[in-house]
Design a protein around this ligand. Structure first.
Ligand code: RFL
Ligand code: PHB
Length: 402
């Protein structure tokens, strides 16, 4: 083994939460080393989120990496709901006193953060294998890993578990110290990325049809992202591009179906849908952030945004610890983060329930879903509830009343 690396915060995972945390800590003069299992290219090849709340965009600016989203992000003032073959606009901007969401891909966010980290000369160990974490119940936590066959150790004050749902950090917490809440949905999303102009460049479109859910989103004026609800048994290979585009058209209103521009897929994948929360998010000197602690079904576009706000809460707490020698921030981290997480869990579960076809919802269940959709687009109170949650709740919930 080489001599141990010493740092203040060891961050496990170089996804959006790990990289953003690294950047915010760097801005505050706090040292961190990031350890990532995959290569940078692999991390960038995962096509995931696309919609950023204003608090996330503000955080990117605070972290000094806001130029990309400012130049290339597309601001959306509304979303559209398609059901019974008709499209209805929800003016989220008007209903929330001027708030918006921004279409800017997770890949681009990650690339901007990686570039800033490289430019600042900050240490990231990519392609680390056998990553393990130790002694986080004491004062001197450690991280061990292998790089190019050599065993290495990091000694640190804190470990940030930013290693996603399948990471090592949550799995290292002793059983009995963590409580997990989970709901698995009986369908998945088949997603396609294609270099074609978006069918709806001014709004994200969510559809509920007899054939199932559909979603029209975008990455730029020349790159689109579409999803359709599929069976959990479906295999990507069974979905040719032609079959995908035909199915998507059938789930939209006639005007959008006519307007859609199709092209070859750059990426095509199936994601299962799940709601999951692990409580608490602090275990001694280990803090869980982002997908390592919670998962939402993607319907509400909340996963990346929750990861970003966890990181905001944690970075503020660590900055208070190092600058003001106060532990109240780190003591409150889990409670503060979970309060916002559960609100987003509720919203994502609700929107998923409203917009998908469930195997067992013939009859009464379907009629109630139809009635709720109808109510949603005709009642300003109901539309406002959707809009307020879609743009993202404030970092401190008390602000909602103000
Ligand atoms: P990530 O992105 O999973 O990154 C974790 C990183 O940790 C690494 N890792 C390890 N490193 C070292 N040692 C180990 N033992 C490790 N195990 C894992 C992994 O290689 C990886 O690099 O978690 P993070 O940073 O918390 O970010 C969370 C987001 O990625 C996720 O919440 C979003 O993508 C969810 N999501 C969406 N969120 C939104 O806010 N808006 C959206 O529009 C949106 N759309 C989506 C989505 C997720 C989707 N899928 C595929 C799940 C659409 C989809 C289809
Ligand atoms: C996306 O653009 O990938 C996207 C948009 C909205 C969602 C989920 C994913 O709710």
């Amino acid at each position: 083994m080489t001599s141990p690396i010493r740092t203040q915060v060891a961050i496990i995972g170089a996804g959006p939460s790990g990289l953003l945390l690294g950047q915010l800590l760097h801005k505050a003069g706090i040292d961190a080393v990031i350890v990532e299992r995959q290569s940078p290219d692999y991390v960038l090849s995962r096509i995931r989120a696309g919609i950023l709340e204003q608090v996330t965009v503000d955080l990117l600016h605070e972290a000094g990496v806001g130029q990309g989203v400012a130049a290339d992000g597309t601001v959306h003032h509304s979303i559209e709901l398609v059901f019974s073959g008709v499209r209805h606009a929800i003016d989220v901007h008007g209903l929330t006193g001027g708030k918006v969401v921004t279409a800017y891909g997770q890949t681009e966010v990650t690339r901007d953060l990686m570039a800033a980290r490289t430019a600042a000369g900050l240490p990231t160990v990519y392609e680390a294998s056998s990553v393990s974490i130790h002694d986080f119940d004491g004062q001197r936590p450690k991280v061990r890993f292998q790089k190019d066959g050599v065993e290495q150790e990091i000694e640190c004050d804190f470990i940030a578990g930013c290693d996603g749902f399948h990471g090592v950090c949550r799995a290292s917490v002793p059983e009995g110290s963590i409580k997990e809440y989970e709901k698995v949905y009986p369908f998945g999303w088949l997603g396609v990325l294609s270099d074609v102009p978006p069918v709806s460049p001014h709004a994200i479109v969510y559809g509920n049809s007899e054939r199932g859910f559909s979603l029209c989103s975008m990455r730029s004026m020349t790159r689109s992202r579409y999803y359709i609800q599929c069976s959990l048994e479906d295999k990507v290979d069974a979905w040719s591009d032609t079959r995908f585009w035909d199915e998507l058209r059938r789930r939209l209103d006639p005007e959008l179906a006519e307007r859609i521009v199709t092209g070859p897929s750059l990426e095509k994948s199936i994601a299962p849908l799940r709601s999951f929360v692990a409580e608490p998010m602090r275990h001694g000197r280990l803090f869980l952030c982002g997908d390592a602690a919670h998962i939402v079904p993607p319907t509400g576009a909340k996963g990346l945004n929750l990861a970003a706000t966890d990181v905001k809460y944690l970075s503020s707490a660590l900055i208070d610890y190092y600058k003001d020698h106060t532990e109240s921030g780190i003591d409150n981290y889990s409670t503060r983060a979970l309060s916002r997480i559960w609100r987003a869990e509720r919203f994502s579960w609700w929107l998923t329930s409203l917009m998908h076809r469930f195997p067992d919802s013939e009859g009464f269940g379907q009629k109630v879903q139809d009635a709720e959709l109808d109510y949603l687009v005709h009642s300003q109170a109901a539309s406002t509830t959707l809009a307020e949650n879609y743009v993202g709740l404030p970092l401190d919930f008390a602000e909602l009343r103000a």
